[in-house]
Design a binder for this molecule. Structure first.
Ligand SMILES: Cc1cc2nc3c(=O)[nH]c(=O)nc-3n(C[C@H](O)[C@H](O)[C@H](O)COP(=O)(O)OP(=O)(O)OC[C@H]3O[C@@H](n4cnc5c(N)ncnc54)[C@H](O)[C@@H]3O)c2cc1C
Length: 341
């Protein structure tokens, strides 16, 4: 069932139609990572007796696993991106436990290919399930996740709520918000040591560095964040959605809670980094960072050892950014690049 060895059912997504979507329920959209499409679909399908198999945190936030969600309350826990590997088999096994179960499964492209292989092998009727994957940056290792949760625990005490894509001003400027027994931690994702490491591709699972599935999918629908200039002015969140199968297309079109805008298909390349083969190189000192984390070094210490120097180098640009109007920054960046050559 390995997705790398058995992937006959994948399709190239680059020739699919592209849509911008968001939930018409504003609160749902605000709680979600981008447009709130995932949970909107879950709620619509729940009314048609489809459960959701989606990722939820364990009570202490140290693990993530897929849960079989057959109530509104359980679906709420699936909302939001969790940047660590989810134990997929827990929810998936529950879904498979009864042949008549109907469900929608959310997951990384590789999880969805694996799920499809199993569903096909068991000859489960295709009308009983929907498969939804997302554009995937990669999944951080639990070594990094443990250091992150330890760090949060030291700041806020026992965690009651964690949102890695908190939108308080603009969804493009997303923050980490942890509410705990002793207080609240709120920091721009890109400024937090965990966020910095993740966005610079540190400590991902080994397979993520060579993953081919950003361009291929075995799902009915591929979803993601509508990055790029097209929805730059939007503050609430917009999802990019590519229906892969007819079943997937019907699901979106018939959903009354979802606002749909058809966009030119080349918008895909302005929103997502679609690359074949090796996606990005393993960053320098990745092994050393992992070793140091295993030894128990804090994220703050890791940041000081491996990133502080680079950040200092970028300081002049940061200062200029703070002072100049947006339209001049592009030219300054070009000039700096030219000088550095
Ligand atoms: C690890 C990870 C990397 C991502 N990388 C990108 C990217 O590079 N570019 C991009 O455009 N979008 C990426 N996404 C997808 C994006 O963050 C949103 O999930 C997507 O835009 C849908 O947003 P939403 O508002 O509809 O729903 P959300 O509320 O975000 O819905 C989340 C759905 O994702 C599932 N989910 C959450 N965490 C996990 C997990 N760890 N494993 C499996 N399923 C999970 C939940 O079950 C839920 O159904 C990534 C998501 C994750 C979890």
């Amino acid at each position: 069932m390995c997705p790398v060895k058995n992937n006959d059912s994948v399709e190239d997504i680059t020739d699919k139609d592209v849509y911008a979507l968001w939930s018409k329920t504003e609160n749902l959209r605000l709680l979600s990572t981008s447009g709130g499409v995932a949970s909107s679909i879950s709620f619509k399908l729940l009314m048609e007796n489809y459960a959701t198999v989606g990722a939820v945190y364990s009570r202490d936030y140290t693990r993530v696993f897929h849960e079989y969600c057959d109530t509104i309350y359980k679906i709420f826990d699936t909302i939001g991106s969790k940047y660590v590997q989810s134990n997929f088999s827990i929810g998936f096994k529950k879904a498979l436990s009864d042949k008549n179960n109907k469900y929608v499964i959310f997951g990384t492209p590789c999880q969805i290919i694996g799920a499809k292989n199993v569903l096909k092998k068991l000859q489960i009727d295709e009308l009983n399930y929907y498969l939804i994957d997302f554009f995937c940056h990669g999944i951080p290792s639990y070594i990094l996740w443990k250091a992150f949760i330890d760090d949060l625990n030291s700041k806020v005490g026992r965690i009651y709520s964690l949102n890695l894509r908190f939108k308080d001003t603009d969804w493009h400027e997303f923050k980490i918000r942890a509410i705990g027994k002793n207080g609240v931690y709120l920091k721009k994702f890109s400024k937090d040591p965990f966020g910095k490491l993740y966005l610079s591709n540190y400590c991902l699972r080994n397979t993520c560095y060579t993953c081919r599935f950003n361009k291929f999918s075995a799902a009915d629908i591929r979803i993601g964040d509508f990055w790029g200039e097209f929805y730059e002015e939007n503050k609430m969140g917009v999802s990019i959605v590519l229906p892969i199968t007819e079943k997937g297309f019907d699901l979106i079109i018939k959903s009354k809670d979802i606002e749909v805008e058809s966009v030119p298909s080349n918008y895909l390349f302005g929103s997502q980094l679609i690359k074949e083969g090796k996606r990005f190189p393993v960053p320098p000192n990745n092994d050393k960072v992992l070793e140091d984390l295993k030894k128990g070094l804090s994220l703050k210490a890791i940041y000081k050892i491996y990133f502080f120097k680079n950040d200092i180098k970028r300081l002049p640009l940061k200062l200029v950014k703070g002072l100049l109007p947006k339209k001049y920054i592009k030219f300054v960046k070009k000039a700096i690049r030219w000088i550095r050559k």
